[in-house]
Write a protein that binds this ligand. Structure first.
Ligand code: HEM
Length: 142
């Protein structure tokens, strides 16, 4: 499975905006996540780092490398390790998707068109599937 050219194009159109607003999007995302899905809060209880900055960085890196996901290999492994250490499970992915896409809508406003929104949902799902697969392997090896 790979992302369509249309999706990659739509994501690339949003890169300057998303990079510029990465901190705001991430802050808003956690606001929505923790109020709508309070069960996700304990997962971050032992956060060892500034997760806000890391997620913002991951979003920007992901967008920037959308047509060269191989460049993200190392980052994917780190994310998967981090998720397994904090007990992130597949059922949490739709919650983060909802919070992230809503946050992008709130922060980017009209620039976050329906087409771009759909592209981000597709791209998030793509990355989430890669992460969930690697995390399943790591959980199984425990
Ligand atoms: C495609 C979706 C996701 C991306 C791109 C992403 C990205 C990241 C990144 C970049 C890190 C830091 C990795 C490092 O240690 O260097 C991280 C850690 C973490 N993520 Fe995710 N994540 C995703 C999904 C989720 C989901 C669904 C949850 C659960 C609600 C979650 C919860 C966490 C937690 C608890 C940490 C550890 C925080 C810490 O120790 O500082 N993530 N994630």
């Amino acid at each position: 499975m790979s992302l369509s050219l249309e999706t990659i194009t739509a994501i690339k159109e949003t890169i300057p905006l998303v990079s510029q607003e990465a901190e705001n999007v991430t802050t808003r995302m956690y606001e929505i996540l923790f109020s709508k899905y309070p069960e996700t809060k304990p997962l971050f209880a032992n956060a060892t780092s500034d997760q806000h900055k890391k997620l913002a960085g991951a979003i920007a890196a992901f967008a920037g490398n959308i047509d060269n996901l191989g460049a993200l290999g190392n980052a994917v492994e780190k994310m998967a390790q981090s998720h397994v250490n904090t007990n992130v499970k597949p059922e949490h992915y739709p919650m983060v998707a909802d919070a992230l896409i809503s946050a992008m809508g709130d922060v980017l406003g009209e620039a976050f068109t329906e087409e771009r929104k759909n592209a981000w949902v597709e791209a998030y799902t793509f990355l989430a599937n890669i992460l969930m697969q690697r995390e399943q392997e790591l959980y199984a090896a425990r």
